[in-house]
Design a protein around this ligand. Structure first.
Ligand code: GLN
Length: 537
């Protein structure tokens, strides 16, 4: 087998240029040529993982099948490549240091002084290479978080510099920069790109390819000028113009020959082309969708769309496969009250009650759920959303006014949602939830079964609290059925109310398992119900 090839993606000028999307698009193109590809993200912050970060800091926390709390870019990698990532695909400075310090305490360094170079950089390099070797990938793409010039990312870039020497032509560097348009001058400016490349060169890294992020088309003269000033081959300067959906980026890059340049420069065969038929079919469907569907997402981070990234993407994929244009409206749960709940939700064809932690905005979620239930609007409760569904149902239908979750009231008279036994003695907050993929047995004949078409599924979790089985019989007798159960622990994973058209909650997060090529069945089924309601109106 040929050696694994390593591609690094760095960014300059400003953050938020979409390095993750460029890395995922390049990965997609190589994968669509038949190569086995994975993508890894290095985050320069000191947190050991992003699980302890709140969404205001870093957007959604993504969860991998093996239970790692990860950066949201891993969600892009999975959605683009239809692969599953693991703990090894997301490494932070904190984790690198934690590993090195553990080795030092064990005495592994045999009395040496432990330093950033070589010990931290060696640990970074080990994490890059072990991913490629272990799973025999043809390509490992590594995205370096942050911006070139940041103090934090320097050790990672030093490791890339060393790897270039070690790997020779098996290593390739892509640098993403920003080309702003200055309205007063009526011109786009390439100077920030030139400075950013200089910064990278001063760290010993010569990029092989540049991707210029821009809000308008750049002509060939500009690309050639950048190539000349930055020591990059003509034809290896790509542009990433703003597009209406991130899913157009792979085809935009393909048109510019991105994958061909990479393969040629890495001494690999360039014949043929990436087969993006299924991908293009998805884009075509998106374009052709005429009818709409209105989904209201009720959560406390309504002003922060990145907080619900995977839900937004899963909804948009499901809408496209149901031939609908999605109108997604984020409703702030803290702002919903008895007076405005109808006004807020009356246009909804479907309602999603978001996951989350803590009491803030909970009452708005109960009001939204009551409105949805009483007006028979398709409703999907995810994790905390499912727990709220259970609590609202207990209070309104089972007549248990004291029903609550012990997360909100540890002294509640009826803890219909309670802390899991194994969570009761946990003191450390990091990586200590019920995390990752667990099996779930789906009851035949249920709505969940109709959606999945099978009795055994596996979905990802991130929670501490759970449905309290002591109340199960009462719920079932009053019309809320437990239709998804963990076969080992008996934990309730899915509840639904069959007398309503689509009213279902999941303790797991199906949004983490929804890709462009393979949308999640529950989201598909929910969207279909919402589309039907839309057409009835
Ligand atoms: N806060 C709830 C729990 O820990 C729900 C978590 C979530 O929505 N991800 O169980």
């Amino acid at each position: 087998m040929a050696d694994t090839k390593y591609i690094f993606v760095t960014g300059g000028v400003v953050s938020s240029l979409g390095k993750g999307i460029i890395a995922a698009s390049l990965g997609k193109l190589l994968q669509a040529r038949g190569y086995k590809v994975t993508i890894q993200k290095f985050d320069p912050y000191i947190n050991v993982d992003p699980g302890t970060l709140n969404p205001y800091e870093h957007g959604e926390c993504y969860v991998t099948v093996d239970g790692h709390e990860a950066d949201l870019d891993l969600g892009h990698y999975e959605r683009f490549l239809n692969i599953q990532t693991t703990k090894e695909n997301n490494i932070t400075t904190g984790r690198i240091y934690q590993n090195v310090i553990q080795k030092e305490r064990r005495g592994d360094y045999l009395g040496k002084t432990v330093q950033v170079i070589p010990h931290i950089t060696d640990e970074i390099k080990r994490n890059v290479k072990s991913l490629g070797v272990k799973s025999k990938f043809d390509f490992v793409i590594t995205e370096i978080g942050g911006t070139v010039g940041d103090i934090e990312s320097t050790p990672f870039l030093e490791a890339v510099r060393q790897l270039r020497w070690e790997l020779g032509r098996n290593c390739f560097c892509v640098h993403l920069t920003y080309v702003p348009y200055i309205a007063a001058a009526g011109e786009v400016k390439t100077k920030p790109t030139q400075h950013s490349v200089k910064e990278l060169q001063s760290l010993g890294i010569q990029p092989d390819m540049l991707v210029l992020r821009t809000d308008r088309y750049l002509n060939k003269d500009i690309l050639d000028k950048v190539a000349l000033f930055c020591n990059v081959e003509q034809g290896a300067v790509m542009q990433s113009v703003d597009v209406s959906t991130i899913y157009e980026v792979p085809t935009m890059m393909q048109k510019q020959g991105m994958d061909e340049v990479v393969l040629r420069k890495m001494n690999m065969p360039v014949e043929g082309s990436a087969n993006l038929d299924a991908w293009k079919n998805f884009l075509q469907k998106r374009k052709n969708a005429k009818k709409g569907v209105c989904i209201k997402l009720v959560g406390k981070y309504a002003e922060l769309p990145d907080a619900y990234k995977s839900i937004n993407e899963a909804l948009s994929q499901a809408a496209i496969y149901n031939d609908r244009k999605l109108h997604l409206d984020l409703c702030h749960s803290e702002k919903i009250n008895a007076e405005n709940v109808e006004e807020t939700l009356k246009d909804a064809d479907g309602i999603v009650i978001a996951p989350g932690f803590g009491q803030r905005g909970i009452d708005g979620k109960y009001l939204a759920l009551r409105y949805a239930r009483e007006n028979d609007i398709p409703t999907f409760g995810i994790c905390l959303g499912m727990q709220c569904m259970v609590i609202e149902y207990a209070r309104s239908v089972l007549n248990i006014p004291g029903a609550n979750s012990s997360e909100f009231d540890p002294k509640a008279s009826d803890k219909v949602i309670d802390l899991m036994e194994e969570q009761k003695h946990i003191t450390n907050m990091g990586a200590s939830m019920r995390l990752g993929a667990y099996d779930c047995a789906i009851k035949k004949g249920s709505l969940a079964y109709k959606a999945y078409g099978k009795t055994k599924v596996s979905e990802r979790h991130r929670h501490r609290y759970e449905f309290n089985n002591l109340y199960k019989e009462r719920f079932e007798a009053s019309g809320m059925k437990c239709t998804g159960i963990n076969p080992d622990s008996e934990l309730v994973e899915v509840v639904e109310v069959p007398r309503l058209r689509w009213y279902l909650g999941t303790q797991f997060h199906p949004e983490y398992n929804s890709t462009v090529i393979s949308p999640n069945p529950l989201f598909m089924s929910f969207m279909q119900a919402a589309a039907e309601l839309h057409d009835e109106k």
